[in-house]
Design a protein around this ligand. Sequence first.
Ligand SMILES: Nc1ncnc2c1ncn2[C@@H]1O[C@H](COP(=O)(O)OP(=O)(O)OP(=O)(O)O)[C@@H](O)[C@H]1O
Ligand SMILES: [Mg+2]
Length: 417
Amino acid sequence: MSATQSGKIMTAIDIGTTKICALIAHVESPGKIEVLGIGHHPSKGLKRGIVVDIKTAAESIRSAVSKAEEESGIKIAEATVGLSGAHIQSFNARGCVPIKYQDVDENDIERVLESAKNIPIPEGREILHVIPQYFRIDGQETVQESLGMHGSRLEAQVHIVTGAIWSAQNIIRACELAGITTNDIVLEQIASAEAVLSASERELGSAIIDIGGGTSDFAIYKNGRVIHSKVIPVAGTHFTHDLALCLNLPIGIAKELKHSHGSVSSTAKLDALKPIQEVLPPKYQSQEIDLFKIIEILNPRATELFEFVQDEIIQYKLAPLMRSGLVLTGGGSLLRGVETLAQDMFNIPTRVGMPHADNEEIERIVPRLLKTPIYSTAYGILLFSARGGRGELSEGSSKSLFSRVFKKMKDWIYDFL
Ligand SMILES: Nc1ncnc2c1ncn2[C@@H]1O[C@H](COP(=O)(O)OP(=O)(O)OP(=O)(O)O)[C@@H](O)[C@H]1O
Ligand SMILES: [Mg+2]
């Protein structure tokens, strides 16, 4: 991040399993963001959101960043980076402290959040986010803001996201090898939600599933905060592999076929599609492949993915928290019929979301190129850092606490490097 005459230059890097996307933007305020450079490059050296070959991953990051630098004419040194992967685990925790001087002050809030964090974390994991959900004073009604309230005992409920230390380290190391210092890390579904959920959806209670290449990232928002999150190890590449295996096609051709004719529901609009044989190389045209067969192969995988989500909803009694609806995003949400299937399975309004500007934010123009679910995370990372990182917090004191939590997180990451 560097200062310009008015505002700052900020960079977001989404390191996905299938593509890396770097965005360089001029940020005057969270509502006034101008994207100056967009760079994307196929992602190599990552599997299910995890770096498996650090040198190759670094080269892909460098390529994406270089393209964004060329387009914007700005050389960047640091960025906010997204983190995902099947190693991410989240849970809710509670803290409780006496209020020191009867009226809740910043120190009390800091202490109650620290006490909520004070739970055993398995070795090799660290806390990535601590997101306050609500506060309660002397066992009374829950409140979103507690600063200045009167009482003797302060409780806080928080959502804690933990990740494997080595995974965050590898992402940071890969960026470093690409010449970029990581100045913040954000969980990918928190970033995607920033980009696709409206303020009222986040307030009233909505769910998001970012169906990527390697993982599907699920989160629930209510009262403007993350209530629940979960990384599910089923996503776009599984659909491609299923087609490749069942139809005996090379992976590359199966992926093309998925993009051109993939569907998980027979009620999706399929009539305008070209004949399948036209998209297959001559060698494979003798195969009998029809849309019905493709749906038969892809539907069980999509059903499996949503069943994972449904199990989570049942286990944690989440249904009442997502009444405003479900938003699907990520490249996997472009698969025909996923919206219909999800709507049928969850029985709530479902839509596919992509980066957008809220009505009140007319100065935040989203470039046409980014208006696809594929770039929700990258654009969301940008919004997240434009809002000052750790952006879910509205209490001033908590914000500084969060900067410190992140600093601590950075320290442990660097300690291990
Ligand atoms: N038109 C389309 N129809 C169906 N699937 C699509 C389409 N376009 C892209 N995809 C799929 O979307 C997936 C990639 O999505 P995305 O770019 O969101 O993933 P990623 O961010 O690289 O991965 P992850 O978030 O899991 O690390 C791929 O499996 C790709 O085949
Ligand atoms: Mg992604």
